[in-house]
Design a binder for this molecule. Structure first.
Ligand SMILES: Nc1ncnc2c1ncn2[C@@H]1O[C@H](COP(=O)(O)OP(=O)(O)OP(=O)(O)O)[C@@H](O)[C@H]1O
Length: 251
């Protein structure tokens, strides 16, 4: 993305954001509350249009693409929204099958097989297929939402606060699953997180949003050396320090 400016009424959220994400990277977007992380994710996938600037997804302007071209580009990414956002009236299998049915890429028998495959991929059991979202734990909701995001075998996965609301054990297990799938499927991942544990375990690069721009875009190691009050608070505060020590295998 180049020169992104975002305004909501008089609220100027982004004022000239440049960000290039290479295939195979795991980029963590961090920043204070309201710094515009989720909005940036939404720009990437064409859910919102910036006031100025341009976004190229797989080298193409998604917002300028016509119907068929746009649908083809949309099949190449999957999104895990905050809260999982499962359809509450659909069971697990139908939630995962939804993108497959919508895009008409598979027949009923293939969809059944693909749903079973995706369930196994996110380490859920076949009998979970018939449960309703209200019957699932928080960790299971995330796994089902991840299975749905991966239903069309995307190249790019966007995750908005993937571990929010999970206890430390479930959070660590979910992070591990994301890492395994990223490697196995060769995914590019963009995730919004305020959790240093998640970021330290996953990110190949960290983009820090603040003051309506990208304050830093570098490896975690290099980000830690940046002298900025937000970066210091975020990474060198007590929680951040403990998380980084854990990531380095210190007790
Ligand atoms: N549809 C909208 N209409 C009006 N204002 C919006 C809209 N979406 C976002 N905003 C505003 O834009 C700013 C950035 O929001 P965004 O959700 O992108 O921030 P964020 O960094 O993801 O925040 P958080 O960490 O709290 O989730 C906020 O001030 C928010 O109130």
């Amino acid at each position: 993305m180049r020169g992104i400016v975002t305004r909501f009424g008089s609220n100027l959220v982004h004022d000239g954001i440049d960000l290039a994400i290479a295939a195979g990277e795991i980029v963590a977007l961090v920043g204070g509350s309201g710094s515009g992380k989720t909005t940036l994710l939404r720009h990437i996938i064409g859910l919102t249009r910036p006031a100025a600037g341009s976004v190229a997804l797989f080298g193409e302007d998604l917002l300028a693409a016509d119907g068929a071209r746009r649908a083809a580009l949309q099949r190449r990414f999957g999104v895990l929204f905050q809260q999982g956002a499962l359809f509450s009236a659909f069971n697990v299998a139908d939630n995962i099958a939804f993108p497959l049915r919508e895009s008409r890429v598979a027949n009923a028998a293939e969809i059944r097989d693909l749903v079973a495959l995706k369930l196994a991929m996110v380490e859920l059991e076949p009998e979970h297929a018939l449960l309703m979202p209200a019957e699932l734990s928080g960790g299971m909701v995330k796994r089902v939402a991840l299975a749905r995001a991966l239903a069309l075998e995307p190249e790019l996965l966007l995750l908005d606060e993937p571990t929010a609301g999970l206890d430390p054990d479930r959070s660590a297990a979910f992070v591990q699953l994301i890492r395994t799938l990223q490697r196995r499927l060769g995914l590019t991942v963009v995730l919004v997180t305020h959790d240093v544990d998640t970021l330290a375990a996953l990110a190949t690069r960290v983009a820090v949003l603040g003051e309506r721009r990208i304050l830093s875009y570098a490896s975690l190691q290099d980000t830690l050396a940046v002298e900025h009050p937000f970066i210091r608070r975020f990474f060198h505060g007590e929680h951040g320090r403990r998380a980084l020590a854990r990531a380095n295998g210190e007790p």
